[in-house]
Design a protein around this ligand. Structure first.
Ligand code: GLN
Length: 304
């Protein structure tokens, strides 16, 4: 498979695409990013790295961090975790509160904000030094020790986190949050404000394409069963109320963030990341979805 030729074709097509998407502005600091940034990086198990554009430039990973948080929490807590968060698609926006009320404070899945906040609560209870340990986990799977947060994005989201605070308060009222709300919110915003490049994200997500193992040295980071489960949750819930559309068009497990990044994996083949900050109305990168649809169409490979 000539991945570089396919990526070059996708790049050419992207420059002619008319985008109606909008950059995320509810976190004011994110609105400062150049909306025309574009990078893509594919890391293939058998043949290495392919890329175009600013694939090496770091951006705000936002909700992509929820996959790392879930992975760590599953390693620490095992199946007990799923007593506190379900694994069903929500069919609702990522920051929605509506289902929590009639589901007694148990979020639909770990990738909507409510579910990710429960995972944050679990990590705070389980880890000695939650922020440091979380970053260390990312350093371990990427071998990139300089990865860290953007403090301006962190402060900016903290100032405008009324909705996530509301979600936390409701879940606390139902008894599904152990720690105090400010501590959980602080940790959640911290993980969302981590910056990574397309290349670093593809390296990190290789563990999900490669049966839970780092490609570089075969270290088993998570079990095969947990890898299967995390990939299944990415497939069914990774794009909120657009998870069906992403499956339909792209056909790979993946996760998006409001920083404009999307990571997807093809088990046993590759991990791929695209960054384009303009988002569609569901909060997913508009050109990112287009590029990944073209990738699975031009390669003729998807999990289906
Ligand atoms: N930090 C963002 C929020 O909580 C993450 C959302 C996202 O990337 N979908 O609103």
């Amino acid at each position: 498979m000539d991945y570089q030729q396919i990526l070059n074709q996708i790049e050419d097509e992207l420059y002619t695409q008319k985008s109606t998407g909008k950059i995320a502005s509810y976190i004011p600091e994110l609105a400062k990013i150049d909306p025309h940034k574009l990078g893509m990086h594919l890391y293939c198990i058998n043949s290495g790295h392919y890329h175009f554009g600013c694939n090496d430039e770091r951006f705000s990973i936002q909700s992509i961090s929820k996959v790392f948080a879930l992975t760590l929490a599953m390693s620490l807590l095992g199946d007990d975790l799923f007593k506190r968060v379900d694994v069903e698609p929500s069919g609702n926006p990522f920051n929605s509160l509506v289902q929590l009320e009639y589901e007694q404070g148990i979020p639909r899945n770990p990738f909507i904000n409510a579910g990710a906040l429960v995972i944050s609560d679990i990590l705070i209870s389980q880890l000695d030094n939650p922020k440091k340990d979380f970053l260390n986990f990312i350093h371990q799977i990427t071998d990139e020790p300089s990865i860290t947060i953007n403090t301006d994005v962190f402060k900016s989201e903290k100032e405008y986190s009324y909705r996530n605070a509301a979600v936390l308060n409701l879940m606390k009222a139902f008894g599904n949050i152990e720690n105090d709300i400010d501590t959980v919110l602080d940790f959640y915003i911290y993980q969302c404000s981590i910056e990574m490049s397309c290349k670093e994200l593809s390296k990190a997500f290789m563990i999900y394409a490669n049966q839970g193992k780092k490609l570089i040295d075969n270290t088993q980071i998570i079990s095969l069963q947990k890898t299967k489960r995390i990939n299944a949750i990415m497939q069914t819930c990774g794009f909120y109320d657009e998870a069906g559309e992403f499956s339909f068009r792209v056909g790979l497990p993946g996760k998006s963030g409001v920083g404009g990044g999307i990571v997807a994996i093809h088990p046993h083949q590759y991990a791929v990341t695209i960054w384009s900050p303009k988002l569609n109305p569901k909060g997913n990168s508009e050109l990112g979805m287009y590029a990944l649809e073209r990738l699975t169409t031009l390669t003729g490979l998807s999990i289906f």
